[in-house]
Ligand binder design. Structure first.
Ligand code: OAD
Length: 251
């Protein structure tokens, strides 16, 4: 307990004194909202084959199957609410401490929690774009009929997410790297750091003599290098951090 408290205290000090604090999040931050992660014991990639569901080739071969899988995920996400970790990050932004939040998640929960400065590196499951004319639509609910067709030209639409083998949209990628280069402190929460280029962002911060606070229930390739590693659930750790910061900010 003593050790846990001192790690939280150290993280709070780094956050409060940061000049340009950023955060990088992954599926682990939404796990406690009931959204399955990709890897680990009950991870999606244990039950489903990524190459059949999350690649451009898979979509070309069977768009209905791919859309059905996305619809199923939308149904899970639709029932989910932002948890304390999402809410604490929104609070850090409100305090003016967190400058930018980079997420690999497509669930939209950071924005739902109230964060505004968000870079969604892998897109957003609540949007689709036309494969023919490029028209975009946004969903409030999972679609009734799949595959989704374009209201403008009637051709096939696709989820507006990044699949394996596809590049990250230029603007999002440039902004994420720019943020990493500016960061003197980065919070890295609930990501296995097994997917590039997101995985390289905290290492850029470390290389520039910045500090990295990692919060994860398991070790990752970053853990040994992280300035502070908090081996706890995202909600627990972020609640403790936010309580301390709340006290300091209201002094
Ligand atoms: P992963 O599923 O690979 O990793 C989730 C991480 O969260 C693991 O390191 C877990 O230990 C950790 N974790 C789980 N529950 C947690 C909790 N309650 N609190 C804190 N940590 C927890 O998810 P990502 O790293 O986000 O890409 O995966 C990266 C990308 O791979 C995804 O965006 C997706 C996937 O394939 C695409 O679909 C392109």
């Amino acid at each position: 307990m003593e050790e846990k408290n001192s790690l939280i205290k150290r993280a709070v000090e780094l956050i409060i004194n940061a000049k340009y604090l950023t955060a990088l999040t992954g599926a682990g931050i939404s796990a406690e909202s009931g959204i399955p992660t990709f890897r680990g014991k009950n991870g999606l990639w244990k039950r489903f084959r990524a190459e059949e569901l999350a690649t451009p080739e898979a979509f070309l071969k069977n768009p209905k199957l791919v859309w059905e899988w996305y619809k199923w995920r939308m149904e899970i996400i639709h029932k989910a609410k932002p948890n304390d970790a999402h809410l604490c990050l929104a609070k850090l932004e409100e305090f003016g401490l967190l400058k930018m939040l980079i997420t690999q998640n497509v669930d939209g929960l950071h924005i739902k929690a109230g964060s505004s400065n968000v870079i969604e590196l892998h897109g957003n499951i609540w949007r689709a774009r036309c494969t023919h004319c490029g028209f975009h639509i946004a969903f409030n609910n999972p679609p009734n009929n799949v595959p989704v067709t374009c209201p403008e030209c009637g051709k096939l639409m696709r989820p507006d997410v990044v699949w394996f083998g596809e590049p990250i949209p230029r603007d999002a990628l440039d902004r994420a790297f720019e943020c990493a280069f500016k960061s003197d402190v980065m919070l890295v929460i609930g990501t296995s750091l097994l997917v590039q280029p997101a995985a390289s962002l905290p290492f850029i911060v470390l290389r520039n003599n910045g500090k990295v606070i990692e919060i994860n229930t398991s070790n990752t390739i970053l853990t040994r290098k992280a300035t502070v590693f908090i081996n706890q659930k995202a909600t627990e750790a972020m609640k403790m951090i936010c309580e301390e910061i709340n006290k300091i900010m209201s002094q």
